[in-house]
Design a protein around this ligand. Sequence first.
Ligand code: HEM
Length: 479
Amino acid sequence: RRQKNRPPGPPGLPIIGNLHQLGPKPHATLSTLSKTYGPLMSLQLGSVTVVIASSPSAAQEILQKHDSSFSDRPIPDAITAQPNVLDTLAWSPGGPRWRSRRRLCTTKIFTAQRLDLLQHLRQHKVQQLVQHLHQKSAARTPVNIGDLAFATMLNLVSNTVFSEDVVDPEFKSAGEFKEVVWRIMEDAGKVNASDYFPAVKWLDLQGIKRHVRVSYLRIHKLFDEMIGKRVSYRDTCAARGDDFLDVLLDHCQHHQHDDSEDYDPLTIDNIKPMLLDLFIAGSDTSGSTIEWAMAELLHNPEKMQKARKELNQVIGTTNNEVKESDIPKLEYTQAIVKETLRLHPPVPLLLPYVAGNDVEVGGYTIHKGDQVLINAWSIGRDPQFWDDPMVFRPERFLGSKIDFKGRDFEFLPFGAGRRICPGVALANRMITLAVAALVHSFEWKLPEGVTPESLDMTEQYGITLKRLSPLCALPISVY
Ligand code: HEM
């Protein structure tokens, strides 16, 4: 009965189904398969049925028209190793608890006003990165752009959340926080048999859950220390800051007796999963976008020149600092960020959804319990919707209304609908600011023997879509 009117898909093997067909780049394999089986196809991955949407209209039906049927997510087994996983924003089912947390995010945390209040902290961090690169320039030492971008994004997020650094801003040591976040992402990104054969989940065959649990407990302990410091400061001092932690602690204090129907109280203990969400969801995604943007600019030097020209016009040809308030004037730089996210969406299949009931989509039935993926990577490279889709051409966004805010279903790097990424505006500010500063202050030189044409642009699938070979280049100070 369950097979009835199921979207078509490739035949599979007994027990493993189509698992063996996914290969090392599932987003690309699924894109190729969709050319044969259509924009809505289904695969059997172990004992889990997964439906993949690969067209703007299929994505729109799922994320907009039937969004109430797709408000829950399947939780990967590794993620369930964290304490209070249902208090996360990313993995909590789309019920009352998720709604109240999400509302807090949209009305108090990710507002333009709050992001403005905290922008000086982010600007200071980006300037520290620039200073570091000036030193490297003086010593003529090439840098690993992805590594620096990840560390900087961790500090940008942590300054927005805690007003504190979690990585040494002079990049002399990696720091425990960065290592633990990295370990969690590595474990969560591993292919885990428990996710495809839920019946044997309890065995944790690869030991991933046991391993990642240690990192989760460690990061919770680090959060305990940071929160503890803040709580005692607030107890002794009437002054209140503006960062996300202050908003969350205010909320814990003032809303303990709220009796609105869908209220689920926040406590000091259950804000930790939400804080961790912000680091996991916000730092590597943003860092890898910066790395890809710089890779594309080094691969296409004339685009780098065009960006520098715009920056010189808007910021000036001295060592003036780029500010977030300059972003609206930096049209070409904004177009670079969009074009990078079109070709290299860091979360190529978005986060998975699970059908809450049987739903008709595109003439087929998605059955209750089926998992649903949206192939944003494939949609962003579809020649039906993009001219010369494989060419990096930021100009396509100049004067175009197409944006990544969830209204244009041919461009979905942040998803769409009720579970769209709440960090879109923060991510856009952080990435544009960093790319602008890197291009404005430095000329970039590829390592000996590497030319713009020969620069390897191969992708590597993981928890975020990364470069296979790290991007190394020599910064040369312009000012
Ligand atoms: C380039 C940077 C980023 C990209 C590409 C990105 C992408 C995404 C995507 C695709 C989703 C899933 C949307 C869906 O299922 O439809 C998501 C969810 C989420 N993102 Fe982002 N994100 C980025 C940066 C950030 C930042 C900076 C933060 C916060 C600091 C953040 C916080 C979250 C959270 C909390 C969720 C879960 C939302 C929910 O399930 O309700 N993200 N993001």
